[in-house]
Write a protein that binds this ligand. Sequence first.
Ligand code: FUB
Length: 331
Amino acid sequence: MYNQKFNLIVFGALSLLSLQSIASNNQTNLKDTTFKSDGNPIIKHKYTADPAAIVYKDKVYIYTGNDVAPVGKNSYVMHDWLCFSSSDLVNWTEHPIPLRAADFSWAKDDAWASQVIERNGKFYWYVSVSHGTIHGKSIGVAVSDSPTGPFKDARGSAIITNDMTKAASISWDDIDPTVIIDDQGQAYLFWGNTACYYAKLKPNMIELDGPINTVKLPHFTEAPWIHKHNDWYYLSYAYEFPEKIAYAMSKSITGPWAYKGIINEIAGNSNTNHQAIIDFKGKSYFIYHNGALAADAGSFHRSVCIDELFYNKDGTIKRIIMTSEGVKPVK
Ligand code: FUB
């Protein structure tokens, strides 16, 4: 009897503590806060997924989704996006929540994967959200004068909706935007799930400039990320399901793309993976998520990690070695 009572009290106290910690993790930060990462995952006070990254004025900015599914719920619950910055990849500043799915009046929640790009001093944030009135997922774009926001809906409508794409017969093929501006100043938007789409963007960055095309990639699932290193373009993506990361290379953004193989194996305890690849202060980095943070971590409670990425002399990418230690501070 005594034991039963004692157990109940301990269970009650622990439940309260864990609820309090989830609640405090979900509180809106109203000002910048700082923390130091001690290896992978780099952010331990909340769940972060689908990283995108930019380098701007000697800092890395990482934009992530925020997994807040109640424990035991096996689906994504994601309402807003987060922003973290660092000059050395170890000492981080978390900025106040810069953008929420609710900031797009036409959208119906689901703050899925996204990417930010800078053009002429403005920052454009392409995001996946569920559309409120057009069946399926869609892509919106927000704009800000600062990489840390606040961002606001740049169009008042989606730039991509499910009725605009036909190559996949699912309603969630219009997700996971990635964006690049080529050396001639032409911007391209890539995105997709099971079909990989791309289209040119007008210089204003908020309208398409031509037709929607598709790229054929072996076992393409989702999470395209386009980047340039030296004189090669790279299109990396989530391969099969559960997801590994594979990539293709081309001398031109519009292809032809040569498939080069898998660079990252399934990341621990998560059936999705989602990568960003950047060069920063003389090194290259692979930023991704896994489900390895805590007892209730997993496919719907993911966490961002960073490891080094190495190129071969011919431009191909070596396999990523995922580590617990993460990266050393960059000078
Ligand atoms: O986080 C929701 C979805 O899971 C993303 O849009 C996909 O890339 C996958 O990571």
